[in-house]
Design a protein around this ligand. Structure first.
Ligand code: FE
Length: 333
């Protein structure tokens, strides 16, 4: 079903809108919510004089819209979350390749598409979260170890249908091969305390209520929760620090295949990767900057630093179908 979308034009009159085509404006379709992008777009306009028109909506609906609009699309850029979604958008021929020195300097390789179809702009870690009253961090180590019998009836996970789960499982397949990844998933399913949860926030609530002791969560959901309730017996644990590193994912963007103003879109993409924009972008959603020269904001850095998995995130897309099949086969719902 196509959702009703609100087209927010910054231009104040239709005359202004008509005269503002060409290099003076860029149009972005975004599955990131308005409060996360507007401060950035305002700052970009202030810096460059280029106006940003944007349309926000659900990622899947915006991808369908881009397909339907084809060459007639107004979108110069598409922003969304999760490398799996960005990869899918690229695989549908909706992005064009952009490889610039600025992007290469600002954003590490593993957070960018090898062909330049999309670029990571913020990083979220998907790691272990545990009840500090029931679990010692000494008992925690890797994603794989959550399959051990000691966690039987103590594990909560998000549903396999969520793209975040698919991307994480893709990384297990990438590092361990399909056979061992399958064993890990079987172990997880055996250890579940309850049917997989619809949301990361539900996983944390289940851990707090005593239904389970440990789970997996994207760091910004943890950030949102502890911001409201700082004294909860809930902590993050950085997974795989002696091995492959914490599974990270991105929010990111690409220049659309049929951009009317690709120059301004590239300028916006480069600007978003800059130190100035990255400091704003990460902090707005308690994420980590993708640009490694920028320090995370104080709330996020208080959780400690960690080694991140440097698997190129295009693998989250390439291995997505295999991940889905494997989870089905192992009964991960
Ligand atoms: Fe999310």
């Amino acid at each position: 079903m196509i959702k009703i979308l609100i087209f927010s034009l910054l231009a104040t009159s239709s005359i202004a809108a008509v005269s503002a085509i060409s290099n003076d404006s860029v149009t972005v379709y975004s599955s990131r919510k308005e409060h996360l992008i507007k401060p950035l777009f305002d700052a970009f306009t202030k810096d460059t004089g280029i106006k940003v028109n944007y349309l926000t909506g659900k990622g899947g609906a915006l991808i369908e819209r881009l397909k339907l609009e084809g060459k007639n699309t107004k979108a110069d850029m598409f922003m969304t979350v999760d490398a799996g979604n960005l990869w899918y958008t690229g695989s549908q021929g909706l992005f064009q390749a952009v490889q610039t020195q600025v992007l290469k300097n600002n954003i590490p390789n593993h957070l960018r598409d090898p062909e330049g179809l999309w670029t990571g702009l913020s990083v979220r870690a998907r790691t272990l979260v545990y009840n500090t009253e029931r679990v010692s961090p000494r008992d925690l180590s890797t994603y794989a170890d959550l399959a051990l019998p000691q966690w039987e009836g103590r594990l909560c996970l998000r549903t396999s249908k969520k793209i975040y789960t698919k991307s994480l499982v893709a990384s297990l397949i990438y590092h361990h091969g399909e056979g061992k990844a399958g064993n890990i998933i079987s172990g997880w399913v055996n250890n579940l305390a309850a049917t997989p949860n619809a949301k990361d926030s539900h996983v944390m609530n289940a851990i707090l209520s005593g239904q389970c002791d440990v789970g997996l969560v994207n760091t910004y959901y943890y950030g949102r929760l502890v911001e409201k309730k700082p004294n909860l017996p809930l902590k993050l644990f950085w997974a795989n620090q002696d091995t492959t590193g914490v599974h990270v994912n991105i929010s990111g963007a690409g220049v659309t295949k049929y951009a009317k103003n690709p120059k301004a879109a590239i300028r916006l993409l480069e600007w978003l990767s800059s130190a100035k924009a990255q400091a704003i972008y990460g902090a707005l959603n308690k994420e980590y900057p993708a640009n490694q020269s920028v320090a995370p904001d104080s709330v996020v850095s208080a959780w400690g630093s960690f080694k991140q998995d440097e698997m190129n995130l295009s693998q989250a897309g390439i291995l997505q179908a295999t991940a889905v099949k494997l989870m089905q086969k192992k009964g991960y719902r």
